[in-house]
Each structure stands twice: as structure tokens, then as C-alpha cells.
Design a protein. Structure first.
Length: 457
């Protein structure tokens, strides 16, 4: 029996050793001073996925030395490919090979990649070292104090040395060799373009580094490869537009709108147009839509139209977005059922104390507008119908009482993330306000009265 126990223990230890051997360790430290010189507290590891960082790992940095450690296994799906580590827009590429012990230490733009690493990470370590003088300018607040000549020198040296490095890459891993050329092409471009974030500019085009002059005269975005190889594609595109049009060419307007015209790849342009609208970076949506809306491809058309509706519904005079929800009996009511009347919407919940405090004031308003072309719809975000219906009956709530179960149009399209929330719509289906005053203030009554008068004209 003793022998059996010893054998079993040996087998267990052997299994544990094999399991550990299949893992890769990523450790190090990450020191980055952010807004108001507050040190960054988080770090992430992920891969480039459709222009974003697809996070596989996340960690809180240790406060005493900003250190971290990750264990990578097969379940995370990042082995044998280029990943990125960092935070707050400052990312460092590394290759997640099996059975490596990767160490990366970053201190305010100065990165060092070392450890028990293979040929792939040796290439990336060289690139990180090449980019360090530039990164110490573009990723630190101290960079703003440096003269333009310093940026010129750093950009020229970094881009020339990167070209030499990529021209000689031959690790024996053909997929990595092909991927790293694309990844470092875009990562180098992003680092260079960050000079414009730092307020750097030169007197004329000829004074800029040759790399910048070539970049702004080339068809850089003729395909969608930036979405595959860059985890910060949107940042890169907007920085390109800002640098080229606002700083380099001294134009006025929105850089996000200018860059749209620089993207010759139809698929990439369509994605960017949708992203710009989704992120609220368009100054004049109507004008932007007239100019670029037709360039949105069919695959993204539904999302684009939805985003437009969500934006315009929150603007005075915008079209309402119809919704349909059940009352206590299960009968469905739509907002459009009340076209022709001013509609006051109250989004609330039975568990919300401020919501319940507004009920008496809302009931007073309902009486004051009785017999007029005004309808009151209360939308509960409760998820328990019995609790809600009992409350409605016990309190004798008037108006049209509906339950949303905290989902659907009112939550998604109207972006209701807190209650109470009041809205007013004209009898023509136009928005008066989707963030109206509460009934406990005189402003809501005044808003309803104005809506009645305007509609009567």
C-alpha cells in the first residue's frame, strides 16, 4: 500500500510538472504616468481583433513596484502569435510562444523585453529598443517640453532602423516573419503620429521628417490590414487625420471627417464611418450623413441607421424611436399609438426611492392636463411583474402603466441607465426632450405647455 501511495504521488508531481511546462510566464513591471501624473494601475494582454485589443489577460499592478505576472495556457488562445501588453494606449508587442519566460519592464516609455525567449521575441526586443527614444517623447508628459528638433531626430532614427530590422527578419517562423512586418509597420506609424498629440508641428512640409512627408502623400489605407494587425486601429486612423489635415495642412474642422476621404479601401472606410458616428465624433450628423452615409456598405447599414436614430432621438426636433411594451393585462401599447398627442414618458422602478418621490407630483400633472392633448406613459424597468403590478394597483397609479423588464428599445435605443428619467415628445412624433425636468419642478409643466402651443401653430 505504501508503495502504491508513493507511485501515485510521483505520477501526480510528474503531471503537475508537465502542466507547468506547457505554460508561458509573462512578468515584469509597467510604469506609466497618466492624467495629472497619476500612475497607471492596470495592465492588459491581448491580441489585435478587428482593430481593437481583444483582452485575454488583465491584472492590477502591485502598488509598491508596479509589477505583474501572468501565466498563459492553451485555453487563452494567444499561443504562437503576436500579442500586445500595456495600458492607456501604450502597448508593447510580444510573441507568446510555448514554454517561454518573458520579462518586460516599462518605465515611462522605456521598454526592455528579455527573459527566456525565442527568436521571435528577440526581434520584438530589438524593435522596442529602437523605439524607446521616440516613446519617451510621445508617451510621457515630459515629451511636451522637448523641442521639435528632438522629435525630428527621434522619428528619423526610429523609422530608418525599423526599416533595416524588418528587411532582415528571418526567424525560421514564416508566419511570424510575415505578421511582424505588418504589425510593426502600423505600430511604428502609431508611435510617430503621437507626436501630434504632444503638440509638435513644423513651419512647412519640408521641415517635417521624411517619414511624415512620405506617409501623408501615400495611399496608406488601400486595404483593411490595419484592422487585422493593429490593436488601436481607430486611434491610428484619427491621429492620421488629425496630423495630416489639422496640423500638417492647417485645415479647420473635424479630423475624423477628413480621414474618411483618405481611406481608399471601401470596407475600411465603411467601418470607420460607423465607428465615428458610434463614438459621437461627428459635429454635424446631417451633413456628415449626406456626404458619407452612402459609403456605408450593406453589411453595416442596419447598425449605421440604428446609430443615427439613437443620436437624433436625443436632439430636440429629432424623430422619436417607437417602442412597444405590455400593460398589467398583457395588452401591448406602442408610443406611436399616441401620435397626435403630446406624450410624457416616465421611466421608473418600484425599488427606486427618487422615482417614488416623484409619483405625487406626476399625479398632480396628470390632473392639471386632464382633457387636453397630453398622454402620460410610465415605463417600469422592474423585472418582477407581480411586484410591479401590485405596486401599481395599491398606489392607484394613473396614466398608461407598462413594464419593460429592463430591456428593449427604452433601455437600448434611449440609453436609459438610471432612473427616474422623464421624456417629452410632440404630437408629431418629434423629440422635445429625452432628459426632461422632473415633475417636482415647474420646468416640466412649462415644457409640456410649450409643446402644446407649438403644435397648435
Amino acid at each position: 500500500m505504501k508503495r502504491l501511495k508513493v507511485y501515485s504521488l510521483s505520477l501526480l508531481l510528474m503531471t503537475a510538472t508537465v502542466t507547468v511546462a506547457q505554460n508561458t510566464i509573462i512578468r515584469g513591471s509597467f510604469k506609466k504616468a497618466g492624467v495629472q501624473n497619476v500612475m497607471n494601475r492596470e495592465i492588459y494582454v491581448g491580441t489585435a481583433d478587428n482593430g481593437n485589443l481583444k483582452q485575454a489577460l488583465a491584472n492590477i499592478l502591485k502598488p509598491e513596484d508596479y509589477s505583474f505576472q501572468f501565466g498563459v495556457d492553451n485555453s487563452m488562445g494567444i499561443f504562437d502569435q503576436i500579442a500586445f501588453i500595456g495600458s492607456q494606449g501604450e502597448l508593447y508587442p510580444l510573441y507568446v510562444g510555448k514554454n517561454e519566460e518573458i520579462e518586460i519592464n516599462v518605465d515611462r516609455g522605456r521598454g526592455v523585453l528579455s527573459g527566456k525567449i525565442g527568436k521571435e521575441n528577440e526581434v520584438l526586443a530589438k524593435w522596442i529598443a529602437i523605439m524607446t527614444p521616440l516613446r519617451q517623447l510621445v508617451y510621457t508628459s515630459e515629451g511636451r517640453a522637448k523641442p521639435a528638433a528632438r522629435f525630428h531626430q527621434a522619428i528619423t532614427k526610429a523609422t530608418e532602423d525599423t526599416d533595416l530590422l524588418l528587411a532582415t527578419v528571418n526567424t525560421g517562423n514564416s508566419k511570424f516573419d510575415a505578421d511582424v512586418r505588418k504589425v510593426l509597420y502600423f505600430m511604428t506609424m502609431l508611435d510617430v503620429l503621437h507626436m501630434f498629440d504632444q503638440g509638435m508641428c513644423f513651419n512647412s512640409h519640408e521641415d517635417y521628417p521624411d517619414y511624415i512627408q512620405r506617409l501623408f502623400s501615400s495611399d496608406v489605407f488601400k486595404d483593411s490590414s490595419v484592422m487585422k494587425y493593429c490593436p488601436l486601429a481607430f486611434d491610428l486612423l484619427t491621429l492620421y487625420g488629425f496630423g495630416k489635415h489639422i496640423i500638417y495642412d492647417n485645415q479647420m474642422g473635424s479630423s475624423a471627417e477628413y480621414i474618411t476621404e483618405d481611406i481608399s479601401c471601401k470596407e475600411l472606410r465603411s467601418s470607420f464611418i460607423v465607428d465615428v458616428v458610434q463614438r459621437g465624433m461627428v459635429w454635424d450628423l446631417k451633413s456628415f450623413d449626406e456626404k458619407h452615409g452612402s459609403e456605408v456598405l450593406p453589411a453595416q447599414r442596419e447598425k449605421y441607421e440604428m446609430l443615427k436614430r439613437r443620436i437624433t432621438v436625443n436632439q430636440e426636433g429629432g424623430d422619436w424611436i417607437d417602442f412597444t411594451y405590455p400593460d398589467i393585462t398583457g395588452k401591448m401599447h406602442s408610443l406611436s399609438d399616441y401620435l397626435g398627442r403630446v406624450v410624457v414618458v416616465d421611466v421608473w422602478a418600484t425599488w427606486c426611492a427618487p422615482c417614488k418621490a416623484e409619483i405625487p407630483h406626476l399625479q398632480t400633472l396628470e390632473k392639471e392636463f386632464e382633457g387636453k392633448d397630453v398622454v402620460f406613459i410610465s415605463l417600469s424597468i422592474d423585472t418582477e411583474k407581480e411586484k410591479w403590478s401590485q405596486f401599481v394597483k395599491e398606489k392607484g397609479l394613473g396614466g398608461i402603466q407598462l413594464i419593460t423588464y429592463n430591456k428593449g428599445t427604452i433601455v437600448d435605443d434611449y440609453a436609459v441607465d438610471a432612473v427616474p428619467r422623464f421624456m417629452v415628445f410632440s404630437r408629431h412624433g418629434k423629440t422635445v426632450s429625452t432628459n426632461a425636468p422632473r415633475p417636482s419642478t415647474p420646468e416640466l409643466k412649462e415644457m409640456i405647455e410649450r409643446a402644446l402651443k407649438i403644435d397648435n401653430k
